[in-house]
Design a binder for this molecule. Structure first.
Ligand code: SF4
Ligand code: MSK
Length: 628
């Protein structure tokens, strides 16, 4: 058994891990321990299985052993190919999410009213769709069609690239990395990394950059923007977080995964009077829907639904014995959930044809019959309430925070200050003023997952606190956001962690010092915010005193995010190294050389305190160069 005092800083996680051990349930940490030592070739990116002559492994630790694959591929080729394929898979996951949202918007037109018409008209304007004489429904259909064509259009660049500062767009053009169609960029990574195609690590990474940019400024941005159109743009609100949000007396439904189409329908279905009545008949006080991972972020931001937990807490939610159903769609769903659920009464319900899990019940979700299917799924949960068995234990651990800081919400907050000084509203001027004056030194996005290679939540939280005390504002998404809200960093009280300057800014704007900007695809909101600031200052994103960090990342999506952030000009600090260290050239290219090409680069730093120091130095250097 591992020492849970060391592996997490989260109290609910510690308590439920102990329950899991008592009940002989294996969790992610136990399996990680059983996996030691992990394969050094894989860890360094030196194993290739791209053709059936392999697997080939490059031996680095001694002079003996192969220095090239059977086809002659070098460590540089193999490591860069592995990295590029991970980026392509990450970009595919985010972008396919975006496509599904565009399809949902397309099919919804004429049936429901979109929630954010203002954003719909804005996107139509940006994309050159005429709006005169058309109703919102028709415009929504045309926007959805145009979004869908972004995935496979024959000519032209991605439309959202125009949101980047001009200097950035020109640089992408000069370097030949401006993506054209989302699917094509991903396909080209797979083709060029096929056995016997591209062997030049710089060129392989160049294509990976195109695929990554087609995620951040393409698929993810489409996912975010059209979700806002369809379901509403988030506004600040208070929510509770951590596994203590489960309720012993209620039917508990955990919605887990990524796409808001499913979770929105489940939230609606759980409010159905007939189902509520049925829940009472089963002896429950009501139906309690809570969200996990990015689905948790999506429904928290739009409905104030409690955020039950992050990636590493998904098994522990079931271990409470209080979850009637865990409903999942795509991405970050551990296959182990089916095994854990079998030990309790929990029904694991998969809903996507793209993500089935042996041992789960599959109830396929279809947006066109969304509410009906959602009601059937909720009914499964309700009827399962009476089947609880064993000890039900919900740790009394939860916190409260303010979430939902979309770009539009941030601008509205800034307007409060702008208007009071008679400046034009709707701009980032007050933010720029605060940065220029030095009251605010800069801003950092802390994003990403959990990973057993780092202590759970502690890296996110320590890094955030280290930055706040240096007057650096933090924005966050994904499971990083779960960590921060659980640690109380999204409450006004968290100002106590801030330096004097940041505390003053937070007080003036009435905001917490860590701003929740959404789910993983919503990192696109951060890209647009940075573009707004850069445009206002007349500079490029790479000139800004900003950085990004993923201290506990694990997924391929995170590799795509990291690379599109670097390609957008951002310094990105990773707490876990990508599997490239077997190649000195590839490692140096990603962590050093790219800066002179793109203005952004990766930094690998496991220790969050040292990461904060490095980020602070980076931010001060940027300030110096800007002359502020
Ligand atoms: Fe080995 Fe080359 Fe085939 Fe990779 S592509 S498995 S290095 S022979
Ligand atoms: S859910 S990608 S574990 S942040 Fe987006 Fe969390 Fe990472 Fe999944």
């Amino acid at each position: 058994m591992i020492n849970c005092e060391l592996f997490t800083c989260d109290a609910a996680t510690k308590k439920l891990y102990e329950k899991a051990k008592k009940e002989r349930i294996d969790t992610v940490w136990d399996r990680a321990l059983a996996m030691q030592p992990q394969c050094g070739f894989g860890e360094m990116g030196l194993c290739c299985t791209n053709c059936s002559m392999g697997p080939c492994r490059i031996v680095k630790v001694s002079d003996d052993g192969p220095k090239a694959g059977i086809c002659g591929a070098t460590e540089d080729t193999i490591a860069s190919r592995n990295f590029a394929r991970a980026v392509a898979a990450g970009s595919a996951a985010h972008s396919d999410h975006g496509r599904d949202i565009a399809l949902a918007l397309y099919h919804a037109t004429g049936k429901i009213r979109v929630k954010d018409e203002e954003k719909l008209f804005k996107i139509a304007g940006e994309w050159g769709i005429a709006v005169e004489g058309k109703d919102a429904s028709r415009i929504a259909r045309e926007v959805a069609e145009k979004a869908l064509s972004e995935f496979g259009k024959i000519f032209g660049k991605l439309l959202f690239l125009k949101r980047a500062p001009h200097k950035r767009q020109n640089l992408w053009d000069e370097l030949g990395v401006a993506p054209e169609a989302i699917d094509r960029e991903i396909v080209e990574v797979l083709h060029s990394t096929h056995m016997g195609s591209d062997a030049d690590y710089r060129n392989i990474i160049r294509q990976a950059i195109r695929a990554a940019l087609s995620d951040g400024w393409g698929g993810s941005m489409i996912g975010t923007e059209l979700s806002d159109v369809l379901f509403g743009t988030p506004v600040p609100r208070k929510v509770e977080a951590n596994l203590g949000v489960l309720k012993k007396e209620c039917v508990n439904i955990v919605v887990h995964g990524h796409e808001p189409t499913l979770s929105e329908a489940i939230v609606m279905a759980a409010r159905d009077p007939e189902l509520l009545e049925l829940a009472k008949k089963q002896g429950a006080e009501g139906i309690n829907v809570v969200g996990m991972c990015c689905t948790g972020n999506e429904i928290a931001m739009r409905h104030g639904i409690p955020m039950a937990g992050d990636f590493f807490q998904q098994e522990l939610a079931i271990v409470t014995g209080a979850v009637e159903a865990m409903i999942v769609d795509v991405q970050c769903i551990m296959p182990s959930l089916a095994t854990v659920a079998k030990c309790y009464h929990t029904k694991l319900i998969t809903t996507s044809p793209k993500a089935k899990v042996p041992g789960a019940i599959h109830m396929e979700f279809d947006e066109q019959k969304g509410l009906d299917i959602a009601k059937r799924i909720v009914k499964e949960a309700v009827m399962n309430f009476k089947n609880r068995k064993g000890e039900v234990y919900i740790p009394d651990v939860k916190s409260e925070g303010e979430i939902g800081y979309s770009l539009e919400a941030i601008i509205k907050i800034l307007d409060r200050v702008t208007n009071s000084f008679a400046h034009p509203s709707g701009t980032v001027k007050p933010l720029v003023d605060a940065i220029k004056s030095g009251v605010l030194r800069g801003a950092v996005a802390i994003v990403g997952c959990n990973n057993h290679k780092q202590p759970h939540n502690s890296c996110h939280v320590t890094l955030a606190k280290e930055l706040l005390r240096r007057d650096i504002l933090v924005v966050t998404t994904g499971c990083g956001a779960h960590s921060c809200i659980k640690a109380g960093l999204m409450s006004k009280e968290a100002r106590k962690y801030c330096g004097k300057g940041l505390a003053t800014v937070c007080e003036l704007l009435d905001i917490p010092p860590v701003l929740h900007m959404g789910s993983c695809v919503d990192i696109s909101r951060i890209l647009v915010l940075l573009s707004e600031v850069a445009n206002y200052m007349g500079v490029d994103i790479s000139d800004l005193p900003v950085a990004a960090a993923a201290p506990e990342w694990m997924s391929e999506k995170a590799q795509s995010i990291g690379l599109y952030a670097v390609a957008s000009g951002i310094y990105v600090v990773l707490g876990v190294s990508p599997a490239v260290t077997g190649s000195e050239n590839v490692t140096n290219y990603l962590t050093k050389d790219l800066e002179s090409v793109l203005g952004g680069r990766f930094e690998i730093e496991k220790d969050p305190v040292k990461a904060a120091e490095k980020i602070a130095v980076h931010i001060e250097n940027k300030r110096k160069r800007l002359g502020i």
